[in-house]
Ligand binder design. Structure first.
Ligand code: ATP
Length: 221
């Protein structure tokens, strides 16, 4: 199984990294690609750091993770970063292997706003990293609503171990709800802390922290 983890990564933080470590413990991924976004369609109203800086921080984080590969597909692409384009690209690259898109639960709950999300879900499985607030039966009900018109066919709880629940859709793809540590860490909060001169130690790795300081990222002037 090939996994794709896309994001703005402005900056990549410990929430992303622990998510990847624990997802990899729960699901047997052969390869995991981190894909920093080019121009994210949902975040065009936000000012974001240059792709080169975000890419560099992802590279530093991957070095510390000890696994994972960095893909510049979205940064190199001239098209807007639609998940569908990225998933199609990996579909063509790995013709026979099952693909899994790793996303946070906040992304799952806005999946109905993604460009042609039904197509995305016909091409790839999903592995969902829980963020604070995403718990229990409530989450199944919410997911079911967001997926419409795709239907849930089956829910296997605590499958294949207690670290995940598996939802099978009528497109015969699975949505793996991972039951792993929830970390209340976001890039927004990190940018905000830097802007106000507060510490970001242990929210990002040391090399990423140094990079942010040296490049004076997220400062107002
Ligand atoms: P921002 O605060 O700028 O919106 P973010 O912290 O959500 O950023 P992104 O780069 O947008 O980070 O996230 C990439 C993916 O990682 C998304 O699918 C997001 O849901 C997921 N993610 C981000 N932070 C966490 C976290 N703490 N735990 C689990 N998943 C996360």
């Amino acid at each position: 199984m090939v996994a794709i983890f896309g994001g703005t990564f402005d900056p990549i933080h410990i929430g992303h990294m622990r998510g990847l470590i624990e997802a990899r413990e729960a699901v047997d991924f052969e390869r995991i690609f981190l894909v920093p976004s080019g121009t994210p369609p949902h975040k065009t109203h936000l000012i974001q750091s240059p792709g080169e800086d975000r890419l560099q921080m992802v590279r530093l984080a991957v070095r510390d993770l000890g696994f994972g590969e960095v893909s510049t597909y979205e940064l190199d692409s001239r098209q807007p970063s639609f998940t569908l384009n990225t998933v199609s690209h990996f579909r063509n690259r790995f013709k026979k292997k099952p693909l899994t898109l790793i996303i946070g639960s906040d992304s799952l709950l806005e999946i109905n706003t993604w460009h042609r999300f039904e197509e995305v879900l016909s091409l790839a499985n999903l592995a969902v990293l829980p963020r604070p607030g995403f718990v229990g039966k409530d989450s199944f009900d919410k997911v079911e609503k967001k997926l419409s018109p795709i239907k849930i066919e089956n829910i296997k709880r605590n499958f294949p171990t207690s670290s995940s629940d598996w939802i099978t859709t009528d497109q015969k793809k699975v949505i793996i709800l991972l039951k792993i540590n929830r970390l209340d860490i976001s890039s927004t909060n990190i940018r905000d802390r830097v802007k106000h001169g507060r510490s970001i130690k242990f929210l990002v790795t040391e090399p990423v922290e140094k990079y942010i300081i040296e490049k004076r990222l997220y400062r107002e002037v």
